[in-house]
Design a protein around this ligand. Sequence first.
Ligand code: SF4
Length: 438
Amino acid sequence: MTRRVFIETYGCQMNEADTELMFGLLRHRGYAVADSADEADVVLLNTCAVRERAEERVFGRLGWFKALKERRPEVVLGVAGCMAERLRESLVERAPHVDLVIGPDAYRRLPQLIDAADDPAADVQVDVRLDKRETYRDVHVDRVPGVSGWISIQRGCDKFCTFCIVPFVRGRERSMAPAEVVEQARGMASDGFREITLLGQTVSSYYERGHDFADLLRLVHDVEGLHRIRYTSPYPNDFSDRLLHTLAELPRVGRHIHLPVQSGSTRVLKDMKRGYTAEGFLDLIGRVRRILPDHALSTDIIVGYPGETEDDFQRTLDLVRAVQFDFAFMFHYSEREGTFAARRRADDIPLEVKKDRLKRLIAVQEGISKIRNTRMIGRTADVLVQGPSRRDPQQVVGRTSCFRTTILPGEGLEPGDLVPARIVGGTSHTLFGETIGA
Ligand code: SF4
């Protein structure tokens, strides 16, 4: 009888892409995809380790799956991804009903691990070996059909920022061969995808077989049938002028750059081992604005990093005001066991101070986001339609090239259409438009 697998995904787009990879590996072995855990023979949680809260959510969910295991002990319950890599065997101390623990570089062995876990007498199966060459070349990725999809062009990270667990749980940086990326992009275009996002921890440091990220963008840009190519996330230090000029020449690459800054204080950036200064970042932004004047910018910021003074925080606010990001993902620092900062820096900013700084930062950024979004009113933009709006099925939701969510009247529009629209209204995060010529 065909066995069925259900995978629940937590965390970032890299994990979403890895879930599709695991589906591909298991489908190749004859598995079918289950719509719910109750219908599945194998239940996997593909997890994130970036924040403690994400891990606690997974433990909560594992508690819920305990009842499923009691009802149907033959179900194989597994934990995959970054939390599996970080906690390894110790994960089973808190969740002894887990049958397998598998890290992000071991997915090729997933079918064998499931087979081994099928034996009721078997110990928990653990494979968390990192492999600095694994890019999952030649693995068929079982993507959910749609308008937008991902290709993981790079795995791991070599930057070792002091606050970040990623290099420890995803291993060393490695890039997928350009020919493989192009082949996947072609396959996706012929499967109906119209937008591809190239994924990696630091995509701008992509380098493989003599091709850097600018070369790769050119190659993917040549793939027929794609309306848009996006990428996330580049690293400020590797963002060369050559890449900026290449972006200016490739109209189908989305006019949006997500450039994580983390802090506006050079002192804090140095302590984070980010490898650039606030002035250097502002200089890069100046070049972006000059060479790519129509690009939107977004960022990631951490407040309350160990030792961050009010003056450091003010510098972050100054940088945010100077850059005028279109939007930002903002967090307060939370210590991750195993990182350099957790070992060598006291988490010395009181929680209420962290929360207060975060609130003040969000207020500043929200004001900027609103101005920048509503500035679009009266302009025209090409909107790539994703599907019906959740609030009103008579309307559709799509994105402009600069990554602004836009609602349009739905009549005559299909997912995947690229339509010119006039923007007639907007809030901090959403635009409302009318199709031109409708
Ligand atoms: S660049 Fe820094 S923050 Fe980003 S994944 Fe690598 S270590 Fe983490």
